[in-house]
Write a protein that binds this ligand. Structure first.
Ligand SMILES: Cc1cc2nc3c(=O)[nH]c(=O)nc-3n(C[C@H](O)[C@H](O)[C@H](O)COP(=O)(O)OP(=O)(O)OC[C@H]3O[C@@H](n4cnc5c(N)ncnc54)[C@H](O)[C@@H]3O)c2cc1C
Length: 242
């Protein structure tokens, strides 16, 4: 299948728009951030996502959801970070073909349940690309001078797989590695445990969990073991969304 960014037709609805790819950079060997300029600016909430739609010359379309990594701003520019999946219809295309100057058809921002209000305490738990919407929350907290409101724990396979490695570390963030740890790192490699999250639980916060279905289920179990009430936990699963 041959897909073109932006598609061959532009649907005349208010909700789809042709974004311009302003810049592209790699976060890890398998994750890339696309900065998009939106002709119709729409301010998003931290945690919301956009749908990207690719259209082939024969009219075939493929749509996938991508969380906004950038903090809420004037809505004129957003960052989407995409993990490249082997054989992935849309993620491979975005990585291998799309470059600055291209157009992408997008619709958003979408999602209310997984959005953080920016004013109340939040515990953020992410695995792999699941850190993307949580990064928007962390950036928002820092930009508004309220980093004390958030605690972020992110699970990555190795230091090379950590998204936003130059920006994410700070007193409000914890990284656990499942396979390879950096030299001198005290915690042995392994999956997230209740012992990792228990010290971060303050009580009364909203907990945002995001990642693959397997990560989301495992992290939810760990949070329950750590005493977090189930009603406080909001989960976003990055499974197939076509
Ligand atoms: C609300 C929401 C927000 C999302 N935000 C992001 C984001 O910020 N960044 C990001 O990279 N992805 C995100 N995703 C996942 C994204 O929408 C796609 O599912 C992903 O990019 C794969 O699409 P694809 O077309 O490349 O693969 P497909 O062609 O759909 O699938 C290829 C193969 O990979 C499997 N697969 C599909 N999705 C995943 C996945 N996420 N993990 C592992 N295997 C998978 C399929 O079962 C299939 O075997 C989000 C999903 C949702 C629902």
């Amino acid at each position: 299948m041959t897909l073109t960014p932006g598609g061959t037709t532009h649907r005349r609805t208010l909700r789809w728009q042709q974004a311009r790819v302003l810049a592209v950079h790699d976060e890890t060997p398998r994750a890339r951030t696309f900065r998009l300029g939106l002709p119709e600016p729409r301010r998003h909430l931290a945690g919301q996502y956009y749908v990207v739609r690719l259209t082939a010359p024969d009219g075939y379309t493929a749509s996938r959801s991508y969380s906004v990594a950038s903090p809420p701003g004037d809505g004129g520019e957003i960052d989407l970070t995409v993990e490249k999946l082997d054989g992935g219809e849309v993620s491979e295309y975005l990585h291998d073909v799309v470059e600055p100057g291209d157009e992408l058809e997008v619709r958003g921002p979408i999602g209310g349940f997984f959005a953080w209000d920016g004013r109340t305490p939040a515990l953020l738990v992410g695995g792999g690309s699941g850190v993307v919407p949580l990064m928007s929350m962390l950036r928002h907290a820092r930009a508004t001078g309220r980093p004390d409101l958030v605690r972020l724990v992110v699970s990555a396979r190795s230091p090379a797989d950590l998204y936003y490695a130059g920006e994410l570390p700070g007193p409000e963030t914890t990284v656990v590695y499942t396979r390879v740890t950096p030299p001198g790192f005290a915690r042995p490699a392994g999956r997230l445990t209740a012992a990792d999250v228990a010290p971060l639980v303050r009580g009364g916060e909203t907990v945002f969990v995001c990642g693959s279905p397997g990560f989301a289920d495992g992290a939810t179990d760990v949070l329950l073991q750590a005493g977090v009430p189930v009603a406080a936990i909001r989960v976003e699963r990055f499974g197939p969304s076509g």
